[in-house]
Design a protein around this ligand. Structure first.
Ligand code: SAM
Length: 209
């Protein structure tokens, strides 16, 4: 999967490949078939999102790798993920950083991801059931924040919970519209820079907002 769909040195389909060696290694180590429903295991390594129940999906491997690289993960980082889903993205990040805090709004998905991550031996991931639109104040500020469902605007609390020098990677766009994968950088002085990186298609961020 990494060689054919992700690694900049070997992909030939015209997409921007991933260059960060640690991210590529993490993508090799985390076995995607552990995160998909039993009847889809034979399709776990194709470059597509797959259903995980409750109208939700595990993201496409290329996008998981791309967003992970965008965060420029470092060993000492504390990362917040909004949208735990299957726990796959959290596991990839957990291979690279000190701790991952991840929030899932659908109780059943969050609970099964938590069990799965525990069974796979991840001790540096904490799962919470809740509405990630508001972030997770208790452990803030975060070195990096990743959102894996699309709101129609950038949640202000997520910017607030980002460390100076940190980055937020988030798909932004209304339901049924093309969304833009957006990188928000908070400078050391606290000012905000936003860059739209590429068109993407994520499930909507739900919740009371
Ligand atoms: N990162 C996941 C993975 O690796 O499997 C894929 C996430 S899926 C594309 C998006 C997830 O975001 C869904 O599980 C959905 O229930 C969750 N979600 C949607 N709105 C949310 C919210 N307000 N707070 C937390 N999670 C939310």
């Amino acid at each position: 999967m990494v060689k054919r769909q992700i690694d900049a040195e070997s992909i030939t389909d015209g997409r921007i490949g991933i260059k960060n060696k640690s991210v590529l290694e993490a993508m090799r180590r985390v076995l995607r078939h552990e995160f998909v429903p039993a009847h889809l295991k034979s399709r776990a390594y194709i470059d597509m999102p797959l259903p995980i129940g409750y109208d939700q999906t595990i993201s496409q491997p290329y996008i998981v790798a791309y967003m992970t690289e965008m965060l420029d993960p470092k060993k000492e980082y504390k990362v917040l993920e909004v949208g735990t889903g299957s726990g796959y993205q959290a596991a990839v990040l957990a291979e690279l950083v000190d701790h991952v805090y991840t929030i899932e709004i659908i109780k059943e998905l969050g609970e099964s991801a938590e069990k799965r991550l525990k069974r796979l031996g991840y001790k540096n991931v904490t799962v919470k059931i809740g509405d990630g639109y508001f972030g997770w104040e208790e452990h803030a500020p975060y070195d990096a924040i990743i959102v894996t469902a699309a709101p129609d605007h950038i949640p202000p609390m997520l910017i607030h919970q980002l460390k100076p020098g940190g980055q937020l990677c988030i798909p932004v766009g209304g339901r049924f519209r093309v969304q833009s994968l957006t990188l928000v950088q908070k400078t050391e002085s606290g000012s905000i820079m936003t860059r739209q990186v590429m068109p993407v298609s994520f499930v909507p961020l739900t919740g009371k907002h």
